[in-house]
Design a protein around this ligand. Structure first.
Ligand SMILES: [Zn+2]
Length: 269
C-alpha cells in the first residue's frame, strides 16, 4: 500500500503542519487548512446596549451570557495548533447568538427579542454578519484555491440545566454522515483516553452536531471540502485548579490525531 509522499516527509515535525500538508479529507487529493473559532467567547455588552440588562446585570456572569472557560481553551488550542485562521465572538450571545441561523427562534434572547426590526437589523449587521462572513470568506477563497477545511468550534456547557445534571466532561459534536468527521472524532476520543483517562467523553452530547449551528451551516454550504467539529467542555473545569493542564491535554490529544491513521482507515470506508 502506498501513501502520498508528503505524509512520509521526515521534515514534518509538528502534526498540525502535517495536517496542513496532507489530504485529511481522504477522498480527494487536496491539502488542508485549519480554522479554530469560539462563538460564545465573551459576555461583553457594548455601552449602547447596556440598558437592556440594567435590571439583571447578574445574568451576564452566567453561562446564559457566554461559554464559561471556552475562551481559555480556545486560546490554548490556538497557541498549540497554530491554525491558519482563528476568530472569536466579541459580544454576549444574549445580544445576538452567532451560533444560530438567522431564521432560528433563539437568534435573539429574552433581552433582545422584543427589539424593533431596525434594532435587530443593526445587531445582525454589526456583529452577526461580520463574524460569519469572515469565516465563510476564508473558507470560500481557500476552497477555490483547492484546499480542504478542518474547523474546530470551541464551546462549553453548563453542568446542570433545568435541574438535570449532565454526565460528561467533554462533548464532541459531529455529523455521523461525514466519514472524515466520524473517523477524526473516533481517533481523537481514543487519544483522549490516553491523555485524560478519567475524562468522560461523549459524542454528540449534550447537543447533536447536526443541530442548527455554525458548523452545520458550513457543512451544508461546503459539502465536499469542509469538516466541522464542535468541542463542548463541561464548564465546571473553568474553576478547577488543573484547568490549564486539562486545556493542554485536550490540545495534546488533538495534535496526536495523526492524519496518516485517518487516511488509512478512510481507505477502508
Ligand atoms: Zn457555545
Amino acid at each position: 500500500m502506498t501513501f502520498p509522499s508528503q505524509i512520509l516527509d521526515p521534515s514534518i515535525k509538528s502534526w498540525p503542519n502535517a495536517w496542513r500538508k496532507t489530504n485529511l479529507l481522504a477522498c480527494n487529493k487536496l491539502k488542508t487548512k485549519l480554522i479554530i473559532s469560539c462563538e460564545h467567547a465573551v459576555n461583553t455588552v457594548p455601552a449602547k446596549y447596556s440598558s437592556f440588562f440594567k435590571d439583571n446585570e447578574a445574568v451576564l456572569s452566567t453561562h446564559r451570557a457566554y461559554d464559561i472557560g471556552a475562551i481559555e481553551l480556545y486560546e490554548t488550542l490556538v497557541q498549540k495548533l497554530n491554525p491558519d485562521y482563528c476568530l472569536k465572538g466579541e459580544v454576549s450571545r444574549l445580544l445576538i447568538e452567532l451560533n444560530r441561523s438567522l431564521h432560528h427562534p433563539q437568534l435573539f434572547s429574552d433581552f433582545t427579542k422584543s427589539l424593533s426590526k431596525e434594532e435587530k437589523e443593526e445587531l445582525i449587521a454589526n456583529y452577526y454578519r461580520p463574524y460569519r462572513a469572515e469565516i465563510e470568506n476564508f473558507i470560500t477563497s481557500n476552497i477555490k484555491s483547492n484546499f480542504n477545511i478542518l474547523h474546530f468550534s470551541i464551546h462549553s456547557f453548563t453542568n446542570e440545566l433545568n435541574g438535570i445534571k449532565r454526565n460528561a466532561d467533554l462533548g464532541i459534536l459531529y455529523d455521523p454522515k461525514s466519514a472524515l468527521e466520524k473517523e477524526f472524532v473516533r481517533i481523537y476520543k481514543n487519544e483522549l483516553s490516553m491523555h485524560l483517562p478519567s475524562f468522560r467523553v461523549r459524542f454528540n452530547y449534550p447537543y447533536l452536531g447536526t443541530a442548527d449551528g455554525f458548523t452545520s451551516h458550513l457543512r451544508k454550504k461546503f459539502p465536499q471540502q469542509y469538516a466541522g467539529i464542535e468541542l463542548e467542555l463541561n464548564n465546571t473545569y473553568a474553576a478547577a485548579e488543573n484547568f490549564r493542564e486539562i486545556q493542554m491535554k485536550l490540545g495534546k490529544a488533538l495534535v496526536s490525531v495523526r492524519p496518516k491513521s485517518i487516511i488509512l482507515s478512510s481507505q477502508a470506508l
